[in-house]
Write a protein that binds this ligand. Structure first.
Ligand SMILES: [Zn+2]
Length: 107
């Protein structure tokens, strides 16, 4: 398993701190526009919410209290998910295309 993301064009290894996650950003070696798939961030957010929900449920919270605590617990769970995912499941970079750019502009 590759632990360091690389440029799909030139193969240059790109350290995580140099990645612009909302992107796009340029490869430092070949200047190709790269981006992180939006599904990567969405999957992390979903995993953090699920972890928070399960944790609160196991803690004995139910009903509205569970719902409120679940969203409060989302933030610390997100920090854990971000650290674990960057260490063990770094993003697979892709060449940024106009199609992806047009999706970003829909926000
Ligand atoms: Zn490159």
């Amino acid at each position: 398993m590759e632990m360091i993301p690389h440029c799909p064009e030139c193969g240059e290894l790109i350290e995580v701190p140099k990645i612009d996650f909302p992107g796009p950003f340029r490869c430092p070696a070949c200047a190709t526009w790269l981006s992180v798939p939006r599904t990567y961030s969405a999957a992390g957010a979903g995993a953090a919410l699920a972890i928070s929900c399960i944790g609160c449920y196991l803690f004995g919270l139910r009903g509205v209290l569970l719902l409120g605590a679940m969203f409060l617990g989302w933030f610390p769970a997100s920090a854990i998910v971000i650290i674990v995912s960057l260490l063990f499941f770094p993003p697979r970079l892709r060449v940024h295309t106009d199609e992806a750019q047009s999706i970003l502009k829909l926000r």
